[in-house]
Design a protein around this ligand. Structure first.
Ligand SMILES: Nc1ncnc2c1ncn2[C@@H]1O[C@H](COP(=O)(O)OP(=O)(O)OP(=O)(O)O)[C@@H](O)[C@H]1O
Ligand SMILES: [Mg+2]
Length: 486
């Protein structure tokens, strides 16, 4: 019954007229078989959007009546159009097709809306049908680090280190559930009551976690760590005051001279970003193998093998753990092994690799201080079932890890490298560490931003001095440490 715009690319319509409402719109794949109907040209009621829908900023909340109209129009559209066929069109043609039909539905139903509301409605509906619905405008923004959806009514984002509530909301929890389903189905998974937790990835590489009822009590919770195409570099970290110029130079030398490094920090403190920066100092002729749960690192070197763990499939089979990956690495003639995040028994295998000629290996770990990072490493090994005396484990840690770098997200949202700490050895049962750089908080300005400074602790010859000399980096190291004290 409704007209179409693009000759030859038409989406056949279903024959029945649209009912007034429908409880739940099916995802595109679930639509019925195509049926062609007689067609007539559509009145061009809504002007074409100046920008793609995804570029809009969803800053304002819409009225309740807007959402009611949207539901009615959306349901009428779903009953009218064949989504399977629509999915085969390119985005622009699909959008035009939807625009025509929405115009017709609006005129048939005599809906009164302002032009800007109509435009917003069209964009919302296109996003629902063609993409990730209300999330689309957020996904299109480059300044967002995380998107956190807590049930259909509340969506938070992290921008510039600050978490803020957005005006984005979903029609209901089943729309949110549908979008979660659409996301995880792209990696061949499913979320429902029987498997309510799922990790996935968006096509752009963003990391996704979904947890749904009954585990999430107030509706599906969706968390997205947005993938940053233009990864931060060490220079960016200096610009953002995350580290001082001299500190960055020392970190660069630590990367170059193949120290074994552990990056420690809280959730979202910038561990992976820092690891990525450090890998920038690896020589192009080194063979590097990376092991990650979700590939986030972007190494620029030519000789890199990227490995990713695999969760169990729906039957609970086929899992490949981080431990298995790290063990396999050792048979791949690696020069350096990079572990995205150490969280379990693979700690033992990584330490062994560091101990056995794979200098310059690196990993990140969740901990609030360098000291805590080392004791977490110890407990991971103990909990992995290795029956070793704690003295032996500590000696092994000291023999393997050269430097711990601590990242933190401070209370004003800024991210800082708070410690560059060397692991010196053991005295009796105790691991001895020595800070090279620390971030000293001095106060805060009138806008609540923390004021502080990276300070050298005055160590002129770190314990990796000989290593630096071996790689002919000792002059640069001495100069950077010297300037840091001045
Ligand atoms: N020094 C920094 N300055 C500003 N933004 C940063 C900095 N470091 C990281 N970020 C941003 O913070 C977000 C989180 O960074 P990252 O993924 O590196 O954290 P993480 O500690 O690895 O998190 P997780 O614990 O979830 O793995 C990213 O969007 C990243 O671009
Ligand atoms: Mg990380």
């Amino acid at each position: 019954m409704f007209g179409r715009r693009t000759e030859g690319q038409a989406v056949p319509r279903k024959p029945a007229p649209a009912p007034a409402s429908r409880p739940e719109a099916p995802p595109p794949a679930a639509s019925a078989a195509p049926k062609a109907g007689p067609q007539k040209p559509a009145p061009a009621k809504i002007a074409p959007a100046a920008k793609p829908a995804a570029a809009a900023r969803p800053s304002d909340h819409h009225s309740e009546s807007y959402y009611q109209i949207k539901t009615t129009i959306f349901n009428a559209l779903i009953d009218t159009i064949d989504l399977t066929q629509l999915a085969q069109l390119d985005a622009e043609s699909a959008r035009e097709e939807i625009r025509d039909i929405v115009n017709e539905i609006l005129s048939i139903k005599n809906v009164v809306m302002s032009i800007s509301e109509q435009e917003a409605l069209l964009q919302d509906i296109c996003n629902d049908v063609l993409g990730y619905g209300p999330l689309e405008p957020l996904l299109a923004r480059d300044d967002i680090a995380d998107i956190m959806v807590n049930g259909y009514e509340r969506t938070f984002i992290e921008v510039n280190g600050k978490v803020e509530l957005t005006g984005v909301r979903f029609r209901d929890n089943s729309q949110l559930m549908n979008i979660c389903q659409r996301i995880v189905s792209q990696v061949g998974r499913r979320v429902d009551e029987s498997s309510p937790i799922c990790d996935a990835r968006l096509p752009d590489g963003s990391r996704v976690n979904v947890i749904v009822p009954p585990l999430a009590i107030d509706g599906p919770a969706l968390t997205i760590r947005k993938f940053r195409r233009d990864k931060l570099t060490m220079n960016d970290l200096v610009q953002y005051n995350s580290i001082s110029q001299e500190g960055a130079e020392v970190l660069g030398i630590i990367g170059k001279v193949r120290c074994n490094v552990l990056i420690s920090g809280g959730t979202g403190s910038g561990k992976t970003t820092l690891l990525n920066c450090l890998t920038g100092f690896i020589d192009t002729d080194e063979r590097v193998i990376t092991c990650e749960d979700a590939a986030e690192l972007q190494l620029q070197q030519p000789h890199v093998v990227r490995l990713e763990t695999r969760p169990p499939n729906l039957e609970g089979q086929g899992q490949v753990t981080m431990t298995e990956l790290v063990r396999n690495c050792l048979r791949m003639r690696p020069e350096r092994i990079i572990v995205g995040e150490v969280r379990g028994p693979e700690a033992f295998d990584l330490l062994q690799a560091m101990n056995t000629g794979h200098d310059g290996s690196m990993g990140t770990l969740h901990a609030n201080s360098p000291r805590e990072a080392l004791s977490r490493l110890e407990s991971m090994i103990t909990m992995g079932g290795y029956q070793l005396p704690s003295k032996t484990i500590r000696e092994m840690i000291c023999g393997s890890i050269d430097v711990v770098i601590q990242a933190a997200r401070l209370r004003d949202g800024s991210r800082r490298i708070t410690h560059i700490t060397e692991v010196l050895g053991t005295e009796g049962d105790v691991i001895i560490t020595q800070d090279l750089f620390v971030y000293d908080i001095e106060g805060e300005d009138e806008t609540g931003h923390i004021i502080g400074k990276h300070k050298s602790t005055g160590i002129a010859r770190p314990s990796f001095w000989d290593r630096a000399r071996y790689y002919n980096q000792h002059h640069a190291l001495a100069a950077a440490l010297d300037r840091a004290q001045g």
